[in-house]
Design a protein around this ligand. Structure first.
Ligand code: GCW
Length: 724
């Protein structure tokens, strides 16, 4: 055999193995990819630090945690890491020991009590301890759930290529209930959902439990989410019937080991609709006892059921006001039924009258502040981040800080109803962070929204944070690959509302795309700019609620028909003199709902942040901005800046091709092209429309809109997901 004959098969097989494409990337694995550590030195280092692992305890939570670690290590370290027997007998030099001190004497002896005292029942400690010439990485908590969160944290350290040589981490969530709100209907459509159908396949439940339910729970647990409201706040009472409750129970069983409790939306009129009663009046004893029986039934099927989320007397939903009762009457009646089981009520403050358009931004405050102190301890008032409705930018909701004797929780929208659906790349953590870090001055300086909702400012024991989910049954969960970052970031901020969106972005990028420093920086730049860009091409300078009627995807500043406070003209109030909603003391006086000095700052156009200017002020077109431009010019510049930034982002993305797999690279490239197209529609439609009032030219040097205004007014969207 010649030399060539000998080596040919080897060459061919080598060629084949390198030429074979890797499995196509679907995005299904989210940030829990567990691919082999790309840096060989680090890989070696990790391998020598983790030569085995041992878990103590045998609860379902410990079982799934052990399994997660096992799968993750196999992927990350590219070898089977052995599970070891009892830790005392281990001869290995370096291994992981995970479990609670009550399940392991060794852990109890190595972890100081004062540490454990600090971490409550969901926190964890990760500590490298020297023991008989061995280095043990201890992952522990007071409960198995702490061990679960600690394990995910440890895996994140590996996934983000962190140093694990001498660990000493103590972490505990600052908020008790970290919960997703699914606006999922029983027919599997998802209100404001842009990622396919609902994950919950009611037709095949309770018998068929697909892997996806487990993966959903894993993903949530990995970021500390511990609750899920399965159904839409525009609720269907049917979910409370026995047949559906059995289906809910089946999901609860899947989620339980991952520390996730199930909650449902309670339709206020359920006693009439499914209970056969004549009324749903919360003060009627029969109604109260119907709910008590219903709640008892729920707990007989789901012993750790979390409670109810309720949208009442809002946008046509039934509620206590139908019977001349207050929100407190309604919430407390449900809370009384849930209290014996430890259940809670999350009662939404997203209310506005369907008759009187008193400035809509003021109505939740007006209705709820008089009820402060009247809600039971197991009730939380769930308040949207801003006073109107999840707009690209709003000031923080004035209810934060205004109900010191009530549990108040924020609700953020992860699904991008007003921010480009699953087409636009918009990293939302900066929006969430902006709200959480707003200083309300409720108790003087440094009364941050975060310190209200984490219970520290007013000493609340019950704390929560909700996010309206962007998840559906499409393969990659969120439609846009970057939508995953918003789910991730919500979880991380619910765990710690003081966290920075930039840090969170960095973690997510490393886990989801690459640890290559240039790549991380490049993607991070795109993400960190993305929200401001969207604000610029949609609603700069404090404009709001000027979107397309119905689906809310594109611009619609011309929308003027129908209920006044659902139109755009109600909000932007443009006329030949100027633009903006006067909410000052001489206007709707919404500023009065804020504490001093916030109200004075907002009240004065000179001190009002420019990015909220037209939220609070109606100003002449020639009003001088800080840049020296007139308001009209500035408005144009902002709109143009927004589109330019999308173009820039597209260029930056192209430069990242080298570090992103083909599938996601192409998918994002295509989406960005659409985003640019539609950002331009936003810009041109709005600028041309406002120009009909300002009667001023588009400033020199800015490109002319492609079409006349009529084109934008008549434009129909045909290729946007989830539009109905
Ligand atoms: O933002 C609006 C949405 C409605 C939604 C409502 C709410 C679930 O347009 O689709 O209804 O808010 O938050 O209740």
């Amino acid at each position: 055999m010649s030399m060539l004959q000998k080596i040919l098969p080897v060459v061919i097989s080598l060629f084949l193995s390198t030429a074979l494409p890797a499995c196509p990337e679907t995005g299904y694995r989210l940030w829990l990819r567990y691919d082999k550590i790309s840096d060989p030195v680090l890989l070696q280092n990790y391998k020598s630090s983790i030569t085995g692992y041992v878990f103590v305890g045998n609860s379902p939570t410990i079982t799934v945690t052990r399994n997660e670690l096992k799968i993750a290590l196999k992927g990350l370290l590219d070898c089977e890491i052995p599970e070891l027997a009892s830790p005392e007998k281990i001869k290995k030099k370096s291994f992981i020991l995970a479990g609670t001190p009550s399940d392991s004497k060794l852990i109890a002896s190595l972890i100081p009590l004062h540490g454990l005292a600090k971490i409550g029942n969901e926190g964890f400690i990760i500590k490298t301890v020297r023991f008989h010439k061995a280095n043990i990485i201890i992952i522990t908590g007071n409960t198995d759930r702490g061990v679960l969160y600690g394990t995910f944290h440890f895996l994140r350290l590996l996934q983000t290529h962190s140093n694990i040589t001498s660990l000493n981490i103590l972490d505990t969530p600052k908020i008790k209930i970290r919960i997703l709100n699914h606006w999922d209907n029983l027919n599997r459509t998802v209100e404001r959902g842009y990622a396919g159908l609902s994950l919950w396949d009611w037709n095949t439940l309770p018998d068929s439990l697909t892997e996806r339910y487990t993966d959903y729970a894993r993903a949530n647990a990995s970021v500390g989410i511990n609750g899920t409201v399965l159904t839409n706040v525009n609720a269907n009472a049917l979910v409370l019937t026995t047949e559906y409750l059995k289906k809910v129970a089946a999901l609860a069983n899947v989620f339980r080991p991952y520390g996730i409790k199930v909650y449902l939306t309670a339709r206020f009129s359920a006693p009439v609709e499914i209970g056969g009663l004549k009324t749903a009046d919360p003060l009627d004893p029969e109604v109260a006892s119907w709910w008590k029986r219903k709640v008892a039934e729920i707990y007989s099927l789901i012993p750790d059921f979390g409670g109810f989320t309720v949208k009442a007397n809002s946008e046509g939903q039934p509620g206590p006001q139908n019977y001349n009762r207050s929100h407190a009457d309604g919430a407390n009646m449900l809370a009384r039924a849930l209290a014996p089981y430890g259940g809670i009520v999350m009662w939404r403050a997203f209310v506005y009258d369907d008759r009187v358009p008193e400035d809509r931004a003021k109505q939740a405050y007006n209705e709820f502040v008089p009820l402060d102190g009247k809600f039971m301890n197991n009730v939380l008032i769930q308040v949207k981040n801003g006073p109107v409705d999840f707009q690209p930018r709003e000031p923080f909701h004035p209810l934060f800080g205004a109900m010191p004797h009530t549990n108040v929780m924020p609700e953020f929208q992860i699904t991008q109803e007003y921010l480009g659906a699953s087409v636009h790349l918009v990293y939302l953590a900066p929006l969430f962070e902006e709200c959480l870090k707003s200083d309300t001055y409720a108790r003087g300086k440094e009364s941050y929204v975060a310190s209200i909702i984490d219970g520290t400012l007013f000493n609340n024991n019950l704390t929560a944070m909700a996010g309206v989910s962007n998840i559906g049954n499409v393969e990659n969960w969120t439609g846009h690959p970057f939508g995953q970052a918003n789910w991730y970031a919500f979880g991380r901020l619910a765990w710690n509302p003081y966290e920075n969106s930039e840090t969170i972005a960095e973690e997510w990028i490393k886990m989801t795309f690459s640890n290559d420093q240039k790549c991380v920086e490049g993607i991070k730049k795109i993400m960190m700019n993305s929200r401001e860009n969207a604000v610029n091409y949609m609603t700069p300078l404090g404009l709001h609620h000027i979107m397309y009627a119905g689906h809310h995807y594109g611009p619609g500043p011309w929308v003027s028909r129908g209920r006044q406070d659902w139109t755009s003209v109600y909000y932007h109030r443009a006329d030949t003199l100027g633009i903006g909603f006067d909410r000052t003391t001489s206007g709707s006086n919404a500023v009065s709902q804020y504490f001093s000095p916030v109200k004075e700052i907002f009240n004065n156009p000179e001190t009002c942040p420019e990015n909220l200017l037209l939220w609070f002020h109606h100003l002449p077109w020639d009003y001088k901005m800080k840049s020296g431009r007139t308001l009209w010019e500035e408005l144009c510049f902002k709109y143009y800046e927004g589109v330019d930034a999308v173009r820039q982002m597209r260029k930056e993305w192209q430069e990242l091709k080298y570090c992103v797999d083909n599938e996601r690279f192409e998918q994002v490239s295509e989406l960005m092209a659409k985003q640019e197209r539609d950002a331009k529609i936003w810009r041109d439609g709005c600028v041309l429309y406002f120009q009909t009032f300002s009667r001023r030219p588009i400033p020199e040097g800015l490109e002319k809109p492609e079409h006349p205004l009529e084109y934008y007014i008549n434009h129909k969207y045909t290729d946007i997901p989830g539009l109905r």
